[in-house]
Design a protein around this ligand. Structure first.
Ligand code: DGL
Length: 270
């Protein structure tokens, strides 16, 4: 199969959200070829059980293994929080998530040590961010809020306007009352709503998108594993478990014009 370092990186999410991480990977690791998988037949992950989220992640790892990827990024907070503690130790390919990078970045940014986190129900119920933040800095106070209405809206192409501002107002107002100075977008879909989030919270609250910090951490980890690609060989690839046409429409709005292929992900597992 050739030199491992020339193999692609696998990046996955439940849908289009992980593209916010792909954006930074392309900036920070331009020589890496990326294979992206969006589990659009089973989005949203946020209301699913830990058992389902673990099972999906095992299937996706097996799919990437078949594609010969050298390293996997779970560009999904829900999967990072619920699946990685179980799947990372049994994965045949090194795999990382987004939560550690997001927590580190938030602590660099906060002054008053009051950090808000918005995420899916599953992520918030896991308290993965609260644990990660408190482990790094026990003096931090974390306010978590689940936002179950946002991912279905974003997947349906609603990224601005009152249709997203109304639920955001409902979710963010209680956090704003806690005097947070930093908000972690603890779901890779939420950066699509960055403008509305910033407008509702005002300029005094710093918004942390863990995607950039995740891409930097991936560069470090690839370096430690001696897996930096020397040059980009071939095109990136995009795969979905659902309808490729609607995924292509959403990703085209972000400037992704690659072919999108359908995959029957249920036939894979590690
Ligand atoms: N974008 C994912 C996350 O970061 C999953 C959202 C969902 O499918 O509910 O949590």
């Amino acid at each position: 199969m050739g030199e491992a370092r020339q193999h692609p990186i696998g990046v996955y999410d439940s849908g289009v959200g992980g593209l916010t991480v792909v954006h930074w990977l392309r900036e920070i690791l331009p020589k890496e070829r990326i294979l992206y998988f969006g589990d659009t037949a089973r989005v949203p992950y946020g209301g699913r059980t830990p058992g389902e989220i673990i099972e999906f992640s095992r299937q996706i790892v097996a799919f990437f293994q078949k594609q010969g990827v050298k390293f996997i990024i779970a560009a999904c907070n829900t999967s990072s929080a619920l699946a990685l503690p179980v799947v990372a130790p049994i994965s045949p390919i090194p795999i990382m998530g987004v939560i550690g990078a997001g927590a580190h970045r938030a602590l660099e940014v906060t002054s008053n040590k009051k950090v808000g986190v918005i995420g899916t129900e599953a992520t918030v119920e896991s308290h993965a961010y609260a644990y990660a933040l408190e482990e790094l800095d026990p003096s931090v106070t974390v306010y978590e809020r689940a936002c179950p209405r946002l991912v279905p809206l974003i997947e349906a192409g609603h990224w601005e306007g009152e249709v997203v501002r109304e639920p955001l107002r409902q979710y963010l107002t209680p956090l704003a009352k806690q005097d947070i100075d930093t908000l972690i977008l603890g779901c890779t879909h939420y950066p699509f709503l960055l403008g509305s989030v910033q407008e509702l919270l005002g300029p005094k609250v710093e918004i942390v998108d863990p995607a950039e910090a995740t891409a930097k951490e991936a560069r470090e980890k690839l370096g430690e594993l001696d897996l930096w690609s020397l040059e980009k060989l071939g095109e990136d690839g995009y795969f979905v478990s659902g309808d490729p046409i609607s995924f292509r429409a959403s990703s085209a709005r972000l400037g992704y014009t690659h072919r999108v292929e359908h995959v029957d992900i249920t036939k894979y597992t590690i």
